[in-house]
Ligand binder design. Structure first.
Ligand SMILES: [Zn+2]
Length: 467
C-alpha cells in the first residue's frame, strides 16, 4: 500500500512581528535585506525575545487540529550551516524531554478517512535564497534575510495518506481552517510550503523537499508515486533518499543522502526559558477562537434552511462567510447565500479581485431586498453585481442608471403583451387550446423587456388578454 506523510510549513502571516525580534512578520513589502535587525541576523550578543502572540496563535492551530497541548513548551537549537541561516542554527522545537512542542498528537477527518497529526511545532523561518541562472548550473546565489525569523508552524502528519487526492482534500481543509482561524493567509506566495514522505508497497521511504506551494505538493506526490512504481516494475531497487522538487521542470531530483536527526546536534535553547501555558490561557484562547467551519455550516443549514452544498461552500470561505454574516438577517439569509454562491463567487475568484472589489454587506442586503420584493429579476441582479464590483455605487443608483428595474406597470406591460399577441397569432391559438404552451409567449414578452417583465404579472395579463 502507498503511504504518504506530510510536513507542512505554514507562516503565521497575520502577526505583527517576527518570532524573536520586532522586525515585521509581513516581510513581503520590504526592499531586499531591509527587514532585519541584530537579533534575526544572529549578531554576537543579541538575545531572542519570544513573540507571545505567536505562541497563542500556534496553540490555537493545535487546538483546532485536535492536538494535545502540553503545559510547558521548550525551544531547541537545530544546528546546521547554510547561507539562509545567519545564526548557523534554527530555533525550533523537539520532543525529547517529553512532549514540549506546541502541539502533540491530533487528527483531521478527511472524508471518511482519519489523518493523524504527529506533532505541531513553532519555529523560525530561514532567509530566502535566490538563484540567478539556470537551475542546472547556478552561478550566483543571492540571500534575502527579510524572511529570517518569521514565525512558522510545522504540522507533521503520520504516513496516513494513500493517494494524491486525499492529500489535496486535506490541504483544502487545512488552508480553509488556517484562514478561518485568522492566523494565516494561505494565498500569499510562500506562506504554505511542504515536504512529503512517499513510499509504495514494499519500497523504501523517499523524502521530497522544497515544495513551494500546496498546488505543487499534490503534483510532487503524484510524480513520486509514478516514478517509484515505474522503477519497481523494472525491478530497480528504490533507495531511501532525499529528493528535491524542481519547481520549473515539475519533477523530483535526487539531492543528498538523508540526514538523521542526530546530525543536527539539537540542544536546548538556553536563551529562551521553558514557557508554561496555563490552563486559563488555553480556556481564554478557546473562547477567542472563531466558530469552526463545520459548526458554521450546521448553523446555516438549521437556522436558515440553506441547502447543504451551498452551506458547505459558503462556510469554508472566510471572505464570503464574513460578508454573509454581516449582511444577512432571518428574512434574507437564503437569498444572500444564493447571490454569493451562484454569482459573486464566480465573478470574484482571485485574491486580487477580492482586494479590488468594492462590494460591501450593505450591497448584498439591498440586492436581496430588491430581488425579494420583485423590483428586479435575478438576471438583472447579476448585471447590478458587475457594476457594484466595478464602481461600488449603491444598488438603487445602479438600478436607475442601468435601467434594471422590472416592468411592473400594468398598462406598460399590457401594451407589450398586445404587441406579442399581434406578432404571434399561431402561438396564441395554440395557447388557447393547450394552456401549457403559454410559456412560449411569456418568453417572448421577456425577450422584448430584456428579462425585466414581472413574471407573475406577465402570466396573469397574458391569460386575460388572449381570452
Ligand atoms: Zn529582526
Amino acid at each position: 500500500m502507498t503511504k504518504i506523510g506530510l510536513e507542512i510549513h505554514c507562516q503565521l502571516t497575520n502577526l505583527q512581528s517576527k518570532l524573536f525580534c520586532s522586525c515585521k512578520a509581513n516581510y513581503r513589502e520590504f526592499e531586499i535585506n531591509e527587514n532585519i535587525c541584530p537579533i534575526c541576523m544572529g549578531f554576537p550578543g543579541s538575545l531572542p525575545r519570544l513573540n507571545q502572540d505567536a505562541v497563542k496563535k500556534a496553540t490555537m492551530i493545535a487546538m483546532a487540529l485536535n492536538c494535545s497541548t502540553p503545559e510547558k513548551i521548550a525551544f531547541f537549537r537545530k544546528n546546521y550551516f547554510y547561507p539562509d541561516l545567519p545564526k548557523n542554527f534554527q530555533i525550533t522545537q523537539l520532543n525529547i524531554y517529553g512532549d514540549t512542542s506546541i502541539g502533540g498528537t491530533g487528527f483531521v477527518i478527511v472524508g471518511d478517512k482519519k489523518i493523524n497529526i504527529t506533532r505541531i511545532q513553532l519555529e523560525e523561518d530561514p532567509g530566502r535564497l535566490i538563484y540567478e541562472g539556470s537551475s542546472s548550473k547556478n552561478q550566483i546565489t543571492l540571500v534575502d534575510y527579510n524572511r529570517a525569523g518569521t514565525p512558522l508552524v510545522e504540522i507533521v502528519t503520520e504516513p496516513d495518506f494513500e493517494n494524491p487526492k486525499q492529500v489535496r482534500d486535506f490541504l483544502n481543509i487545512l488552508s480553509d481552517l488556517l484562514e478561518n482561524l485568522g492566523v494565516s493567509d494561505p494565498s500569499l506566495e510562500g506562506a504554505m510550503r511542504a515536504d512529503a514522505n512517499v513510499s509504495i508497497e514494499g519500497g523504501q521511504k523517499v523524502e521530497v523537499k522544497n515544495i513551494g506551494s500546496f498546488h505543487d505538493l499534490e503534483k510532487a506526490v503524484h510524480f513520486e508515486i509514478t516514478r517509484q512504481t515505474s522503477l519497481n516494475s523494472r525491478d530497480i531497487k528504490i533507495i531511501q533518499e532525499t529528493r528535491h522538487w524542481d519547481d520549473k521542470r515539475k519533477i523530483t531530483v535526487s539531492s543528498r543522502s538523508k540526514e538523521e536527526d542526530l546530525d543536527y546536534r539539537y540542544f536546548l535553547e538556553g536563551d529562551i526559558p521553558w514557557i508554561t501555558i496555563d490552563p486559563e490561557i488555553k480556556e481564554a484562547l478557546l473562547l477567542e477562537m472563531p466558530e469552526s467551519i463545520s459548526s458554521k455550516k450546521q448553523r446555516y443549514i438549521s437556522n436558515y434552511d440553506i441547502p447543504e452544498q451551498v452551506a458547505a461552500v459558503l462556510s469554508s470561505d472566510k471572505f464570503y462567510s464574513d460578508l454573509f454574516e454581516t449582511a444577512h438577517d432571518e428574512s434574507n439569509a437564503k437569498e444572500i447565500a444564493n447571490i454569493i454562491t451562484t454569482d459573486l463567487m464566480g465573478l470574484v475568484d482571485t485574491r486580487d479581485k477580492r482586494e479590488q472589489s468594492k462590494i460591501t454587506a450593505i450591497h448584498l442586503k439591498d440586492l436581496a431586498d430588491v430581488i425579494q420584493s420583485g423590483k428586479i429579476s435575478r438576471n438583472s441582479a447579476k448585471n447590478a453585481l458587475h457594476e457594484i464590483l466595478k464602481t461600488g455605487e449603491e444598488v438603487q443608483q445602479i438600478i436607475g442608471k442601468l435601467d434594471l428595474g422590472n416592468v411592473s406597470d400594468e398598462s406598460e406591460l399590457s401594451a407589450i403583451i398586445q404587441q406579442v399577441i399581434t406578432d404571434e397569432p399561431q402561438a396564441v391559438e395554440q395557447a388557447k387550446s393547450n394552456p401549457q404552451t403559454i410559456n412560449y409567449l411569456v418568453g417572448k414578452v421577456m425577450q422584448k423587456t430584456k428579462g425585466k417583465a414581472d413574471p407573475s404579472l406577465t402570466l396573469d395579463l397574458l391569460k386575460k388578454q388572449i381570452e
